[in-house]
Design a protein. Structure first.
Length: 213
């Protein structure tokens, strides 16, 4: 795995306007469901894309992203606003390079400001931040290996906790790493897929869940 590098990033615009989910967040108890989507309804608000950079949209009861260019991230978000979240999604790579990026986003303010939690199909992970359009990892200068990640086309369940200034990553119910950062306190949630030097990242996402920590 080469050091994390991002030369270009493209945002998938959600189909629905931003909601007032942040208000409901303050009214529920810990462990309550704040938002969930099994991607069975193409009108649920995650948007679609067909471009030279890649494609994204609902497919066979999941959300499917293909990235056709090297050093590109594609992501999408439902139009929510939360502060503290426990966020989960199941994902898998049926084809394409194993050196890819796939994972979760939290506290997305806009296309230039958010946190991300990613793994690769060859067994690496990272927690990072895009601020003012500049992207870097927060847990080191490159993605790190973990035995908790199932490689190849196996299904992984990843979890991102954004609580206060602490960002935690879990893979398949195993704690992997945590970092601290104070830049973003609230924003949207989302999913992300990307490439390194080799194009063709192919990722399915399913059973997206957001709980109150």
């Amino acid at each position: 795995m080469k050091p994390y590098s991002l030369l270009l990033a493209l945002l998938l615009i959600p189909a629905l306007a931003c909601s007032t989910a942040g208000i409901a967040e303050s009214l529920v108890t810990s462990g309550s469901v704040l938002y969930q989507d099994i991607f069975s309804n193409p009108q649920s608000g995650w948007g679609e894309l067909s471009a030279a950079s890649g494609t994204a949209g609902y497919l066979n009861g999941a959300y499917h992203i293909v990235v056709n260019q090297p050093q590109v991230n594609l992501w999408t978000h439902p139009g929510m606003n939360f502060s503290n979240v426990h966020e989960e999604v199941s994902l898998m790579t049926p084809s394409g390079p194993l050196a890819n990026r796939m994972g979760l986003i939290c506290r997305l303010k806009d296309e230039k400001n958010f946190y991300f939690f990613v793994i690769s199909a060859d067994g690496y992970y990272g927690i990072g931040k895009t601020k003012d359009g500049q992207t870097n990892l927060l847990n080191g200068d490159k993605m790190q290996p973990s035995d908790s990640i199932l490689t190849g086309s196996q299904i992984n369940r990843i979890r991102a906790d954004c609580v206060g200034n602490v960002l935690m990553l879990y893979v398949n119910d195993t704690f992997v790493t945590s970092v601290k950062d104070d830049d973003f306190s609230s924003g949207d949630v989302g999913i992300l897929a990307g490439t390194f030097d080799q194009p063709g990242a192919d990722v399915y996402f399913d059973n997206f869940l957001v709980l109150k920590p």
